[in-house]
Design a protein around this ligand. Structure first.
Ligand code: FES
Length: 63
């Protein structure tokens, strides 16, 4: 991604090799399962299916 296209008002979703989807930037997280709503600035979502804390990555993909 070109650096000049990054905008702090946007969320950026990165697909990491053999790992999670990393989301950074300005976004609202609504986790209805945990009754949580905030703007964390960065989260990693599990796409490997091994996380014990789905939908969040807990680094189990490295095992
Ligand atoms: S992507 Fe990290 S635990 Fe699944």
């Amino acid at each position: 991604m070109e650096e000049n296209k990054k905008n702090k008002s946007q969320a950026i979703i990165e697909v990491l090799d053999f790992g999670p989807l990393k989301i950074t930037g300005n976004f609202l997280l609504k986790d209805l399962k945990r009754g949580k709503e905030d703007s964390p600035g960065e989260i990693k979502l599990c796409i490997c299916g091994k996380s014990g804390n789905k939908p969040y990555c807990d680094e189990s993909h490295k095992k």
